[in-house]
Write a protein that binds this ligand. Structure first.
Ligand code: MN
Length: 174
């Protein structure tokens, strides 16, 4: 569990976000994923994958895309507690991530291979079973020029029966 950065960034006296794990959100056999639409200072989509008892998290400024030629920037952010997958609400202005956070999609995910190893090696290939997010996807870590900074990844749709089938406008409601 690596939630110290998560806790350090937030003042739980002032934000309704979960402070720690709820007992009913402890790890279970199906791995969950969630995408939260976060209207903060800049709109982005927070993509979170359950891994090793926490939610590995990436901020995707443009949101996901079913277009296989698109490579969506996914900025790795701090690990979040599993209970965050059920959180939606308004984070007060002035608090970290202040703005409106909605659950945009939620479901389960299936990693190909050991997900923690994939995370460490910078290549996670997986299937999503959500309402909006289906089929095969990959997260690929880019080589970082800056030491100490959280790395940038790319979220890519892999070829399958869903690939290129849904336009960005249909998916994101642009
Ligand atoms: Mn966010």
């Amino acid at each position: 569990m690596t939630l110290s950065a998560y806790k350090k960034k937030r003042d739980f006296e002032h934000t309704p976000e979960p402070q720690a794990e709820d007992i009913e959100n402890l790890p279970h056999s199906d791995l969950i994923f969630v995408i939260q639409r976060h209207q903060a200072s800049h709109l982005h989509y927070d993509f979170r994958l359950e891994m090793d008892g926490i939610l590995k998290s990436w901020a995707v400024p443009k949101g996901p895309s079913y277009q296989t030629h698109e490579k969506r920037l996914a900025v790795e952010v701090e690990d979040h507690p599993l209970s965050y997958a059920s959180f939606a609400g308004t984070i007060p202005k002035g608090q970290y991530g202040g703005g409106i956070l909605q659950i945009w999609d939620k479901g389960t995910w299936i990693p190909f291979g050991d997900p923690m190893l994939g995370y460490k090696e910078g290549k996670i290939v997986f299937a999503l079973k959500g309402e909006k997010m289906r089929g095969l996807w990959a997260l690929i870590k880019m080589t970082s020029r800056y030491k100490g900074r959280k790395p940038n990844w790319l979220l890519i749709k892999k070829h399958d029966k869903y690939a290129d089938g849904i336009s960005d406008a249909e998916l994101l409601g642009a």
